[in-house]
Structure formats: C-alpha cells, structure tokens
Ligand binder design. Sequence first.
Ligand code: MN
Length: 241
Amino acid sequence: MGLRTYKAKRDFRRTSEPKGGKPKPKGVKGASRFVIQKHDASRLHYDFRLEMKGVLKSWAVPKGLPWAQGEKHLAVEVEDHPIEYATFEGVIPEGQYGGGTVMVWDRGRYYVYGEQPLKSLHEGKLHLVLDGEKAKGEWTLVRIRSNEAKNQWLILKTRSGSKPPSKKLDDESVKTGRTMKQIAEQRDAERQSNREDESPTRGFRARIRAAIAANGRSNKKKTPARRKTKGRARSPSAPTN
Ligand code: MN
C-alpha cells in the first residue's frame, strides 16, 4: 500500500502528525513492534498498528480489542502509516483528517505464528501474539472474504481470554501516563506557552533594534564621520557581479 494514501489525506502544514518519508525497509522476521492508539475522532476508536515491511499496517477497531475467549470485534483496514506514527500522541486539529485526540494506548512486540507475517497478511489471516503493556496474549485477525472491498476484518480473541485493562488504565497513555482529557488540555497549554515563548524573541529583537537605533544616534552625535565609514563598510557586501 505504501504511504501515498496516508500523505494524500493529510495537510502537514496543519497537523503535527509525522509526515513519513519513504517506507523504511526492514526485515519481517522475528518480533516487530505494535502500537494501539486510542483516537477520539468523530467516533471514538482504537487504531491497531503492526510494524511490517517498513510501515505500520493499520486497522481501526471501533470497540478495541476483545478480551474474552471467542469474542470478536470488527477491524477496518485503513491506510498504511509511517513507522514514526507509532509514538504520535497529541491532537489532530479540528477539520483535519482524523481530527481529535490521539493517545499511545499500548505498545510492545508482536509475533506471528507459522508463516511470514506478510504472507499471512496477504492471505487474510494473522495469528498474533501480543506482548504489550496492556495487551498480552493471542489474537487473530481474519479478513472477511465477502467484504474484501470494504477492507473489513475481524479481530478475535483466540486460545484463551486475557485480562482487560482497568477503566483507569483504559484512559492512560503508556507513553506519558496522561488521560485523553489531559492530552487535549496540554495541547492547548503548549500552544499558549509557544505563544509566550515568542515574546522573549520579540523582546530580544526589539532590544537589538533599540541598541542599533541608540548606537546610530550616538554615532550621529559623537562622530558624524563614522556614518561615512558605515556607508563604505556596507558596499563590499553588495553584490559585485
Ligand atoms: Mn484513527
């Protein structure tokens, strides 16, 4: 899939989500990283992402992971995301694609049973072992054959049930420990402090301008001849060819 769809959907002048360069080539053998992001967009959902072939293969899971053995939840395959997205937490501006708060809800390593992950992905069946901070155990992703065009999959809790996170943990970032509310609020605070950060710069520039002006005035008063020197000094920097 590559990152073309990902890039086409976003205006990187407006969102702080990673741009993503070229997919980073990486082997698919052994364990790779996974991340689950809680995303409070127009509808709250969880984004399940597996690092594979230099990108993050991604599914939007409206109900999040199932925890009871045999339970299954819908997982809609969405565009590949850049690897750097795995650590993205913050707020996508309103009106932008996926506008809303994003939390790094869980992360860790995953393993795929049997075949190579990519082969299994193409075949539409990934038998996964997740070793995350919240999600530990086995899940299976299965593509719904009749709905291939809709990119619909099911994520099933296989082998045995796993302990679901507590309500408190469900609203806690594994990256920063923040709640969804705190992420949203702190973005506003960051914006505020960014605005405040600008003022020392403005102050600095103003001081320089004042110093230059004062210097100019003192030059005028004390040594009017230096203005000529200044004028001459300026000429070498002018283009000579
Ligand atoms: Mn999402």
